[in-house]
Design a protein around this ligand. Structure first.
Ligand code: PLP
Length: 390
């Protein structure tokens, strides 16, 4: 057998795999599992977007594209970023289309992080950030988020964690796994800290369109002094139900984009040609399907929150973005892994233990409401039945 690289041996397989495998095993044996573990929309990609990709395929758009992506898509992204996010980019050299947001984040981290550099990351957060940073030899530094603050980052805590090795921070709003949305005044404080300490920022805005109540999405790069130091990451997976298409992008100042594009060149060259034509249609075509999806998510979110609020032994912050609810079950005295396992085996709901997202996630469970209302109703009945056993 071959020894694996130190780089890859230093990071584990995702620790939520165990639960996924168990859910699959139970399903094979005939259990009726309710899936609330998966972080992807349950909707199909809108028809007009599929048509555009099909047409591109028929028309022979089957070759490598420019590393940055097809010009039509870069222009559509530039227009979107200007109109919706107040970010002005040059489609020529300030955006690179990639294989999902994930590749864009990977490229950006590898383009800027040297071994030993520290990267500030919200805790809890999407698992991948810390592992991508570690793969690059960097050191992830968790910035704890607290339920008492609605899981909104406290800029003072951010400041306290800065050392002379800090080079970058990764901000995600709307936030996975808590659904929190960073308000403008907090983003302004984060921006002034980034400027004061000369930090580069990755702003992962993948959930921007999934936003509820009167929350507002503000892009960090649109704040004064931030464009030069912010790489905005976005994509098509969540808002357009295109997660399997694997399309995302990084956008920012040309000097930031040069090393990112270099990394992308050696990583994947270019994103899938015909898929990019679908993405053009996603941005330039009707937004009606997106609006409908968001409405449906909102209905489910409200329903779930009402049900969870009425249950014993659980507390939850009202999420105003993404498609997750992140209640605490600390009052049961169980760890989140024990809790998730019991919820799965005793009432057949697959969910993700909060500890998978960082230390601060301990005691919480992430439920995704990207499943039908019918399943959600059934799931909430089962969860309630489960909690009365304590
Ligand atoms: N960023 C966050 C915060 C996510 O939760 C996810 C998917 O779960 C992604 C990025 C991945 O995006 P993509 O499918 O574009 O790679």
């Amino acid at each position: 057998s071959f020894t694996t690289s130190e780089r890859i041996s230093s990071i584990p397989f995702s620790n939520i795999r165990e639960i996924f495998e168990e859910a699959k095993r139970m399903e094979k044996l005939g259990s009726d599992i309710i899936h609330m573990e998966i972080g992807r929309p349950d909707f199909d990609t809108p028809e007009h977007i599929k048509k555009a990709a099909n047409l591109a395929l028929e028309n022979g758009h089957v070759h490598y594209t420019s590393n940055n992506g097809i010009m039509e898509l870069r222009e559509a992204i530039a227009q979107k970023l200007w109109q919706e996010n107040k970010i002005k980019i040059d489609p020529e050299n300030e955006v690179a289309v990639s294989i999902g947001c994930k590749e864009a984040i990977f490229n950006t981290v590898f383009a800027f992080i040297n071994p030993g550099d520290e990267v500030l990351i919200q805790d809890p957060s999407w698992l991948e950030y810390q592992y991508i940073v570690k793969l690059a030899g960097g050191i992830p530094v968790p910035i704890p988020l607290y339920a008492e603050d609605g899981f909104v980052m406290n800029p003072e805590i951010l400041r306290q964690n800065i050392t002379n090795k800090t080079r970058m921070m990764i901000i995600n709003s709307p936030h996975n796994p808590t659904g929190s949305v960073l308000p403008k005044n907090v983003l302004e404080e984060i921006a002034s800290i980034a400027i004061e300490y000369d930090l580069l920022v990755i702003s992962d805005e993948i959930y921007e369109k999934l936003i509820y109540d009167d929350s507002e999405h503000v892009s960090l790069a649109s704040l004064p002094g931030m464009f030069e130091r912010t790489v905005t990451i976005n994509g098509f997976s969540k808002a357009y139900a295109m997660d399997g298409w694997r399309l995302g992008y990084a956008a920012g100042h040309v000097e930031l984009m040069k090393p990112i594009v270099k990394m992308h060149q050696y990583n994947t060259s270019s994103a899938t040609s015909f898929a990019q034509y679908g993405a053009v249609e996603a941005y330039k075509g009707s937004q009606e399907d997106v609006n409908q999806m968001v409405k449906e998510f909102d209905k489910r979110r409200k329903f779930m929150m009402e049900r969870i609020k009425a249950m014993p032994l659980t507390e939850s912050v009202n999420p105003s973005g993404a498609f997750y609810i992140f209640p605490s079950f600390k009052k049961t005295g169980l760890s989140s892994v024990e809790m998730a396992k019991r919820i799965l085996t005793e009432v057949n709901i697959a969910c993700v233990p909060g500890s998978a997202f960082g230390e601060q996630g301990e005691g919480h469970i992430r439920f995704a409401y990207s499943t039908s209302m019918e399943e959600i109703k059934k799931g909430m009945d089962r969860l309630e039945e489960f909690l009365v056993r304590f």
